[in-house]
Each structure stands twice: as structure tokens, then as C-alpha cells.
Design a protein around this ligand. Sequence first.
Ligand code: MLC
Ligand code: AMP
Length: 509
Amino acid sequence: MTPDSLPRALADVAERHPGRHLLSFEGSAFTYASFAARVGAAAAALHGWGLRPGDRVALYLGNTPSYLVAYLAALWCGAVVVPANTRYRESELGHMLRDAGVRLVVTDPDGGAVVAAATTPTVGAVVTLTGSLDEDRHAWAELSPNGGATRPPAIAARHDALALIAYTSGTTGRSKGAMLTHGNLLASARAVGRAWRWAADDHLLLTLPLFHIHGLGVGFHGALVHGAALTLHRRFEAAAVLAALADGPATLFFGVPTMYGRLLREADDRPREFRRLRLLVSGSAPLAVDTLERVERLFGQRILERYGMTETVMLTGNPYAGRRKAGTVGVPFEGVELRLAGAATGAGSSGGAGEVQVRGPSVTSGYWNDPDATAAAFTSDGWFRTGDLGVLDADGYLTLSGRARELIISGGFNVYPREVEEAIAALPGVREVAVVGLPDPDLGERVAAAIVVAPEGPEVDEAGVTAHCQRRLAGFKAPRTIAFVDELPRNAMGKVLRHDLRDHLLAAT
Ligand code: MLC
Ligand code: AMP
């Protein structure tokens, strides 16, 4: 029978092919069986902490095997995982813990201080994972409050039960938790796998963060449901990736456009040969045609660009065997229905484009604890509104042409201007502020702020604004361009003219 949950997928391969390789990390290797034994021990420990089906567990820790063990162990117990970006600061993490009613936080020594500051009354325990867990499987059992030696509970995960509440920046300045079931996640991983011919002998090089749907839902779930292998890196580092692709076992590599730009810079116009690689994939932000062409020239691989979203998992992709059209995000994955609705207006809209609306087995049922946001996200006939604008060509390929919402995508991380504006507006001496995205050769877009100071207030300078933002927000949300202006451009209704502001900031910097 096909596994109906993520831990079941692990247990199945571990039973049928115990010695098969699953994971490599900094010199350690894990077979499916040795990894499953760790997950079982970790599930027993989490059960010992009182974790029960439906409870929410937040993960705030870096990319290590322990992340993946804790993730599957929580799911094994039937719990719902809330992955947290490790760049988030106290208020961003605190909001997620509060909103999701998180009961248990799993972190590592680097995360301890932020977790301690962010903790909320529902959090009953904080479990801190140390590096030794990656080496010693018995250490997992000792994490249990009752000293270990408990047997793993039965797998409590179910197809229709929630697996993830994935927080994604909201237009109101606070992030919203997209609810995804095991069924949603498995449907996407399988559809993507069929499209990309993912097989058990494939090996993924994964350097994306595990807290976002790209690294977790496309990368890790894909490897797991296909009984395949992966090498995990703590972080993306261009030289290490070029070396690993040249000499290592990887057949697959997935990245955001910023990563491909950095690989090209690192390669410095010298062609490279990658030993076993068969597929490079880009997503999460628009890939420049020039980047695609240079990668093809130097690395001999035409990147397959695909499009997805936290709320929907993967939506469209260029074909594996057919024509990969530069500048497009391809055609819907199996099971995904897509339509373009009306001629949209708003920021970034372009003539003839409509809002991309989707339906399918991987699409969220809505936002946790937020019926208003859920109602607003769906049309009356049940289609999910992505907020992206697109056009379809005669062959059915989608090109994204803008966004109906004010969103900045910087290096693959999403930043909502409103959240940054609210943070800066709280700084004494700031009268008004507007935040926009400017084109950036490395990040795709960078965050820029225009500030009007209050003449009577305390002095405000660039360093002060940056320090203030970095204290309150994840570092990638802090503006990299700050301009002090006499007034913000507004229309007759008083609304900030973001296009004009963007042009002004571009001319001034
Ligand atoms: C890091 N910094 C960024 C940044 N990443 N600034 C703006 N935008 C970013 N994306 C800043 C840090 O705050 C720090 O600033 C400085 O850069 C160096 O930090 P670093 O940790 O050394 O950065 P680096 O490792 O180089 O990170 C770059 C990166 C990373 C591209 C590897 O941004 C990244 O992993 N991006 C991938 C995000 C992702 O997975 N998105 C998928 C979302 S899911 P300072 O000032 O503090 O020194 C999704 C759906 C879909 O979108 O379709 O996939
Ligand atoms: P997130 O909310 O982090 O899941 O980001 C989802 C958003 O990323 C989508 O709504 C798109 O705006 C954007 N996105 C994802 N893939 C692509 C792509 N290939 N090209 C352009 N934008 C993309």
C-alpha cells in the first residue's frame, strides 16, 4: 500500500531496504534503517514530553540531521510541525508560537536565547538538541524527561491530518500559518517526482534551509517518498556546492536564483563538469534569462524553472523532457488545475495578465486560526488566489508577470513592506516611511526604505534605522537602501505611489 503519511514513507523504505543510503552530512552517513531507528527513539522521547496527536511543535534550528529526525519524530507522534526561520527574532518567533498555540519547541544551542525570549504560556517544554545527537543514536532516548528507554509509540500520522503549519508573511504585517496535511505534502512530492523522474538511485544536494517549503517540501520530502538519498549542507556556500557537484554523488540540485548567480560568480567564467548531475532546478523567485543561459553555457545544464508557494506547494514547472522555455515557469504539475482570473490591477500588474488561481490535492485548506484570511484567499467557487499575476502562451506555459500584492522577494525570502514599515515607524523621530523593492543583482530584489523625519523629533540616521530593524526583525528584512526624503509621493487619495517612489530611489542610489 502507498504510504499515507511522511513517517510511514520512512518506515516503509526502512523495512524493505534497511541498508539503503538516506542521508550524508559532514562525514556522517545514515541508512534508512539507522535513520528510522533514530526517529523512533526521538518519537519515544517526544511522547515522553507529553506530545500527543494534534499538538503543535515548533522547530527553530539549523540544517542538520537532527532537524530531520525531530521533524519526522514529531509527525510520527501525530503532532503538527511549525517550522521557524532561524533568522527570525523574538517578536517574529513569538507571534508564531502564540498564534499556533505551540506546546513544545525544539531548538539548538544557537537558538536558545531567541526561544527563551520568545516563549509563550502554551509552551510546556523547550528541547535543546546538541551536535552529539547526530553521532549517537542513544542520545535521543536520553532526551526524554523520564530518562529514556520508552518504546516508540505507534505512528499516529494520518493522510488527512495536519502535518505542517507553515508561516508565511501576511499582508497585514503578521505572518499567517498555512495548514498542510500529509496528503497535501505527499501529493506534491509525488507529482514533482513523476515530472522530474525522481528514482531511488537519485541523490539530491540540499543546501536550502529546511524551514521553508522549497528545502523541506520539494527537497526532503521528494527524497524520502522516492526512497532516494540526499547530502545536506548547513548552509549554501558557492565554492562548496561547485566542489560537491564536481566530485560528489549528486544527480539533483535545487536552488533559488541568488544561489545560481553566486555559483556563476564563483565559477568565474570557467566551464565546469559535474560528475553525475542530471537536473538543476530553480524556484521561489524569478530566474533571470541571462542566468539561465550562462548556467547552460558554463555547466552544460539548462535549469528547469518551476513555480510554487507555501500554501499550495508546487504548482507548475518546465518539462523535464520537453522544451524548457526561458522566462516561463512551465505547465501545471499533475493534479494541479490553474486558471487566470480577470484583468488584475495593483502593484506590478501588466496588461493582459490575470491572477493565477489554482486547485488541487496539494493546496492548503486555509490559514490556522484565521477564518477571515482563509475566506479572502479563496474565490467563492473554491479556487485559491495566489496573488501572482501571469499570462499563458499558446502551449499552456505560464509566465509570471507581477504580483497583485505588495511583496518583495529577496534572495528567495519573502518580505512584506508593511511589516518593515511598521517597525521603522515605531522609531522615535520617524514621521512617515514607505518600503519598496529595488532590483538587485545578487538578491533579485532588495528592501529599500524612504523615510520622512519629524522635524521636532530626535535625530534619525541610517545606522540607527538599520540597528533598530535588526533588533526587531530578521536581518534579511532590514532595508539595504535607506533614503531620507522631504515627502512621500502620493496620489490625490493620499495613497503612496510606490512606482514613483521606486523610480526616485533608483535614480538616487
Ligand atoms: C541573507 N541575508 C540576506 C538574505 N540572506 N539579505 C537579504 N535577503 C536574503 N535572502 C543577509 C543576512 O541577513 C546577513 O546580513 C548577510 O546577508 C549574510 O548572511 P548569510 O547567512 O551569510 O547569508 P547567505 O548564507 O549568503 O544567504 C543567502 C542565501 C539565503 C541565498 C543562501 O538567503 C537563502 O538560503 N535563501 C533561500 C530562501 C528559501 O529557501 N526560500 C524558499 C521559500 S519557499 P547582516 O547584515 O546581518 O550581516 C517558496 C516557495 C517556492 O518561496 O516556490 O519555493
Ligand atoms: P512563499 O510565500 O515564500 O511560499 O513564496 C511564494 C511566492 O514566491 C509565489 O507566490 C511567487 O510570487 C514566488 N515564486 C515562487 N516561484 C517562483 C518563480 N519560479 N518565479 C517567480 N516567482 C516565484
